[in-house]
Design a protein around this ligand. Sequence first.
Ligand code: HEM
Length: 583
Amino acid sequence: MERLWDKTSTNPVASAVLLLLALTICVTRILTGLAGKPKYLNGEGLRSVGMLPYWIPFLGHLFSFIAKFEEFLQQTSYRASHGIFSVNLAGSVHNVIYTPSLIQNIFQQRAPIVNSEAINWYIMVNVFGADRRYKKDYFLAFEGLIAAVRNNLLREPSLSIAVDATVKAMQEEIPNLVSFCQSPVDQNLWERTSSPITCANGSEAMGSSVIVEVSLFPLIRNFVGHISMPSLMGEAFMEYYPTVLDDMWALDEGFNYLAIGLPRWFPVRSVTKAHLARARLNAALAEIHTALDTLAAGGEPGPEWRDLSDVSRVMLERNAAWRSHCIRPNERGPGDLGILWAMHANANNLVFWILVRMWATPGLVERVREEIEPFVQISQPMQTFGIHEAPRMKIGLAGLLKECPLLKSCYLETLRLDSRPASVKKIERDFIVRETRQDVRAGAQPESYLLKAGTYINIPHAVHQLDPRFFEDPTVFKPGRFLVRKGQDGQKQRPRRQQEQQEMTAQVGTLKPWGGGASMCKGRMFAEREVLAFVAGILVMWDLEPVTPRGWVVPAHRKTTGVAVPSTDVRVRLRRRHRSSMI
Ligand code: HEM
């Protein structure tokens, strides 16, 4: 520092450059502070969106937005009287919006006023590895591709067919969540990365049966992945590519780096790993598409792809959509990778967070078990030839969805705390949004804002999720936060004699964990059913206790996109709960 100063103090050019730099920064701050103030555009109270002042010309708020996205937005938004401001991200103006009625205004807009095409293609290229040359092809096929997901995961009976396949596989495997085997060769694929250690005895609370010590996050996310991946892609895909989930996690870890365009040679390990994983994922997707094309043409796809009969309707219809636009298999990977990533980087992690948060709340596991008991039945098959068979599970999903408000409320509360969704759209035509009184701080008046064509809308839902004006003690996990009495939400009131819990229902309220508008999550109904079934299955089949004497500690978040990844390991002991009652 001293040397640099010595040099610049004796070098007039360096001094002049430094001075000019300092001057530019200060002038930029003053000018953007003056120019960014919201202005009234007409006599009827229509305002422009105010831009936050910044110091660095052209780049604007880019660094603070990337490096401290959440803190930056929260600090700014909780100080503001209104739910909207804009930032400059390297020349693109982003209107950041975070109060419920403004968000609702935005979600009501469709093309040609707003669209998600620009951001969709940006992610497709930077994160999932699409080749820029194929943009036209991709958007030609887009409607058919997204319809395949919408028609099969948001509509009946296809939704139930997809969910039933996943739940059935989960029921079969849930007793084998851990194998109690010492050797990795004998362990299930999903438990190998969770460093399992089998011990003869657990703590007093766990009883004297055999227990296994594991890292909970890798165990849960791989278990959910090993069950749900084949229900979308078919068993043959998992057999052809058994390390698909490891690559998915490597891609997810590098997501934000890829999103800002860091190249493969960038000297950060997770960047290189993400690039390599993405290449393997896209290559495998091209392979299965080639096989499906061959099958559709009446040919034999080859020994690895002998049985493709269990590939989901979603994938078959996407394959047909790609084919109908004559798009070659090697161009298709990034489009399908987006679906696989959306599925696994969110739902799997959420199951982990719900379990940890439930177990970390004294008495909650017992209450939820009591609530779900009528809908999750366990039977212990008769002992044959002295060999114990694993218990069998049967889940009544309709009951879990409709009759278990506490479970559903825990699910929503965990989404509120542990997911970081964002909705980004481009404005193609000017339009006006209006605040309601509920949105503005005390003393301020609701306003109307003009949103200009050519700018972006950026809705970081976490700001609302953690806003103390809408959620009391916003950082605290409150299991019953989303419960409302039936009748208060317009539903039929039940007779008083029925149990208290039966009179409650869980309502999502102003939370928007699935985003909204035309690009709203297409897997939301599938995800809810899948997540509730996995949580219920694990609660009923397994007992968990933390290894550390400090008890349950809910880990902090590592920076990722979507549902968070924990920043630290959670080591737990697992014991299978033995039930002998027959169905
Ligand atoms: C807990 C689990 C999940 C969460 C929290 C979640 C959240 C989201 C969010 C926030 C978006 C962006 C919405 C917007 O632009 O406003 C999205 C998009 C999407 N999600 Fe999900 N998601 C989950 C599970 C799934 C699953 C299981 C699938 C598929 C099987 C899926 C498929 C999609 C697709 C295809 C889109 C893009 C929709 C479009 O561009 O039209 N998601 N998701």
